[in-house]
Design a protein around this ligand. Structure first.
Ligand SMILES: [Zn+2]
Length: 341
């Protein structure tokens, strides 16, 4: 279930930019509500939360805190530009490249919006905006025309044009998260999310094929950000949330981290680091596993506990595991909360 956070810029006492008889706060809200309607009417497999649904003052911090606490997968902030120019542009945070997950999401948003509007294309940009910096998930900020440019403003006064802007955003979001269309031709009982599944993860009644549903069922944060961290810890590189990666991640978690191959079979010994442990020191393989030699820490509590296949036991109660940073030793003696499986 993709969790989409829509953030209509400004609101209440903050009008945003004004020009040509328009106030930015009203245009951004109209567009965001239309995006929500399109997504809810035409697609399934998502949830939407909005920073505001009326003309209300909401601080930037309140917006990002709300999205972070909700565990959004994508933060979409909608704005109208001003200050001398014309056309559409969008932003990701200045620390991010176009090749990363957020950059690739933005590319899709950019393409889909530009398909729907006859705005001049001002390009894909980066900035250190609060909502891009303080959001814990991928985030994009779109600037949909210039409110103080006569031709842009004339378009923004047209409800049909705002609908086109919203359609572009909605199609971008739907493409990114592979939302399935609501079709009149009977969706069966288990439609939600299963259409995204390409790999045969199904292994019996009562087991879900959705990584998000699985994580929720074990009480673990299922946001994109946390899934990306989990994927890293299981050695899945460049996690973007594709169906194939999700299937691999689900299988990896279920099999205790042995995601790449099945050769070790069921005889593999595993160790579980419980959710009650906030950190767990790791040691490079070529050093004595004492505190001063620790190079990193796992964070079992962030994942509702972590389970690893034991690859070797070079010292008593010191085992070698595969982590997101390669093989590491960890200490799992009886004085710790680790449990051998
Ligand atoms: Zn703005």
């Amino acid at each position: 279930m993709a969790k989409i956070y829509l953030d209509p810029g400004h609101g209440g006492s903050d009008t945003g930019a004004v020009g040509q008889g328009l106030q930015e706060k009203n245009v951004t809200l109209a567009i965001a509500l239309k995006i929500r309607n399109i997504l809810n009417n035409r697609y399934q497999g998502h949830q939407i939360r909005m920073s505001r649904t009326s003309d209300r003052t909401v601080s930037l911090t309140a917006r990002t805190n709300d999205a972070n606490q909700w565990g959004a997968d994508y933060f979409v902030s909608i704005h109208i530009n001003a200050g001398g120019g014309s056309g559409y542009e969008d932003f990701i945070h200045s620390s991010l490249s176009n090749q990363g997950v957020t950059g690739r999401y933005r590319q899709i948003m950019h393409e889909e919006v530009m398909k729907q509007v006859n705005f001049q294309n001002r390009g894909r940009k980066q900035a250190n905006f609060h909502v891009l910096r303080e959001s814990a998930m991928s985030a994009v900020l779109t600037e949909n025309g210039f409110i103080d440019h006569a031709a842009d403003a004339a378009k923004l006064k047209s409800d049909a044009f705002l609908e086109q802007i919203a359609l572009g955003h909605a199609r971008g979001i739907a493409r990114i998260f592979q939302l399935s269309s609501k079709s009149s031709s009977g969706s069966s009982g288990n439609s939600g999310g299963s259409s995204n599944n390409q790999g045969g993860a199904s292994s019996g009644a009562g087991k879900t094929n959705s990584i998000v549903d699985y994580l929720k069922s074990v009480g673990t944060d299922s946001s994109f950000a946390n899934r990306a961290r989990l994927a890293g810890s299981y050695g899945i590189q460049n996690y973007t949330g594709t169906a194939a990666q999700n299937t691999r991640l689900l299988n990896a978690i279920r099999s205790g981290g042995n995601s790449g191959n099945t050769s070790t079979g069921s005889s593999a010994k595993r160790v579980h680091l419980p959710a009650s442990a906030s950190t767990w020191r790791t040691y490079p393989l070529n050093v004595t596993p004492v505190k001063k030699n620790s190079d990193w820490s796992l964070t079992p509590s962030a994942f509702g506990g972590l389970t690893y296949t034991i690859l070797a036991e070079p010292y008593p109660n010191v085992v070698t595991i595969q982590t997101g940073r390669g093989r590491r030793n960890i200490y799992i003696g009886p004085d710790t909360s680790a449990r051998r499986l």
